[in-house]
Design a protein around this ligand. Structure first.
Ligand code: CO
Length: 139
């Protein structure tokens, strides 16, 4: 496995609307996508494009949202995960596990419509790392 492009930085927020305003009004972001719900993952998502990557704003969706727990500890929101692209998600999962890192669950379709896994922050120096199969047509 080879670490690929930084696809996005995931940011948990109690309000996508307020976070969008920060990226737009303070930082001057102009490419802000339409928010959408991702019920299986318990999140509402909004992508903000930057010249070389994306910010993934994550708001809780539903009562079992993993973002709710995060916001209990960080009420104002904060950096939640970073996402790197990999060529093959199943290979990446097998290799992570062979190297002793805990992978959270099975590969599932993420917000970009491609399969993703998450590597436990305890095995990644405190950082929740998402690995995402490189989108076929994007690059
Ligand atoms: Co993500």
């Amino acid at each position: 496995m080879l670490i690929g492009r930084l696809n996005h930085v995931g940011i948990a927020t109690p309000s996508i609307e307020r976070s969008v305003a920060l990226y737009r009004d303070l930082l001057g972001a102009t490419r802000i996508h339409e928010p959408f719900d991702l019920p299986p993952q318990g999140v509402r998502v909004c992508f903000v494009d930057t010249p070389n990557s994306q910010i993934e704003l994550l708001e809780p969706f539903g009562e079992d949202s993993p973002i709710l727990k995060f916001l209990e500890k960080n009420p104002a929101g904060g950096q939640h995960h970073i996402c790197f692209e990999v060529a093959d998600i199943h290979e990446a999962k097998a290799e992570m596990e062979a190297k002793g890192a805990r992978v959270l669950g099975e590969p599932r379709i993420g917000a970009h419509g491609t399969p993703v896994i998450f590597v436990h922050p305890r095995d990644m120096g405190g950082v929740l790392v998402e690995l995402m199969e490189t989108p076929r047509e994007a690059h």
